[in-house]
Design a protein around this ligand. Structure first.
Ligand code: GCU
Length: 327
């Protein structure tokens, strides 16, 4: 009995040591910031990205994902990335467009006819070229993520035409372009970090907000703003980024692996996004939210109102915009 026990103990110790020797010491342990909650498509895809990087570097590069804005709001995260305080993040382009004005081109209101149109552009030459502009802000663009179409929602009344927006206070992202778009509707834009939108509704600081179905449902905005207007005024692409400070420290071999894994995770995110978009819409409607579908002529009226923003924000890129529109 005693001998059997010693034998078992020896086997346990040996296998324990063997499995330890398989896991190499990581050379890099890096951080990744996400402001969406657990289970959101961008978080699941970030987790897939980290797994792929770990697998392809045989455990030498570990990426630790922090979701739910644990590292701060998107603008705080971007500030930290500029000096390498955070290594990776996924953010909405809106948060970067005041710093890199060319990015306004990709998020102009009513630019794309639908999601496929946006993906033809981002997957093509234009999207590839845009991945290089982030260096201006000390960042490396890795891959595009989907964020669907943004729509207005409020608890005040059903919004079925641009005139219904008049006089409302609307939470927007920290972007001059979006603020001006809201002003064109006769509404007042105010900025709050994404994580504070519910609080802003509860405190009566805002009457409306604008976002996609997953944000509306997963952050429970539908409980505070029943009327969701399917006006789809913009598609704001999202970007997976690395801090240039971090990137410069990584050997070329790891950079290539990371860049490949980011693109692979983006394809996964796109598939998850589609599923989540319809699931969130269904759940919000079942929970009592009211979907307001504006008449097409009214959407046309909104589109016409927003048109001057093209020249105002992207006057130097009108040829590029035409190319996107034709794409
Ligand atoms: C989207 C996007 C977030 C962003 C949010 C916002 O949901 O995915 O990253 O913070 O819009 O409106 O601020």
């Amino acid at each position: 009995m005693k001998r059997l026990f010693c034998l078992l103990l020896a086997i346990l110790l040996l296998t324990g040591c063997a499995s330890k020797s398989v896991e190499p010491e990581p050379e890099f342990v890096l951080t990744y910031a996400e402001n969406q909650p657990e289970g959101h498509p961008t978080v699941l895809a970030a987790q897939r990205f980290a797994e792929l990087v770990k697998e392809h570097t045989e455990g030498r590069v570990i990426i630790q994902i922090k979701h739910s804005a644990e590292f701060g709001s998107e603008s705080e995260v971007l500030d930290q990335m500029a000096f390498g305080g955070i290594d990776f993040a996924r953010v909405s382009l809106a948060e970067l467009s005041d710093e890199i004005p060319k990015l306004n081109v990709l998020q102009l209101p009513f630019l794309y006819s639908d999601a496929d149109h946006m993906w033809r552009i981002l997957d093509g030459e234009i999207g590839e070229e845009f991945l290089t502009v982030f260096s201006e802000a000390g960042l490396v663009g890795l891959s595009w993520y989907d964020a669907g179409a943004r729509c207005f929602y409020t608890d005040v009344k059903p919004i079925s035409s641009p005139e219904d927006m008049e006089g409302l206070t609307v939470r927007v992202q920290d972007s001059q372009l979006v603020m001006d778009m809201v002003k064109l509707l006769g509404a007042t834009p105010v900025t709050f970090p994404y994580g504070d939108v519910s609080y802003a509704f509860e405190m009566g600081k805002i009457d409306a907000a604008e976002n996609n179905w997953p944000a509306y449902q997963m952050l429970e905005h539908y409980k505070l703003a029943r009327y969701f207007t399917v006006d789809e005024h913009s598609r704001v692409p999202e970007i997976q980024l690395a801090s240039s400070r971090t990137w410069d420290k990584l050997p070329e071999e790891y950079r290539q692996i990371i860049a490949r894994c980011a693109r692979e995770s983006a394809l996964y995110q796109r598939q998850l996004w589609k599923e989540q978009e319809s699931r969130s819409r269904k759940e919000a409607l079942e929970a009592g939210c009211v979907e307001v579908i504006p008449w097409i002529p009214q959407q046309e009226a909104f589109r016409a109102l927003a048109e001057p923003l093209y020249e105002q924000y992207c006057g130097d890129y009108m040829d590029l915009i035409q190319q996107i529109r034709n794409g």
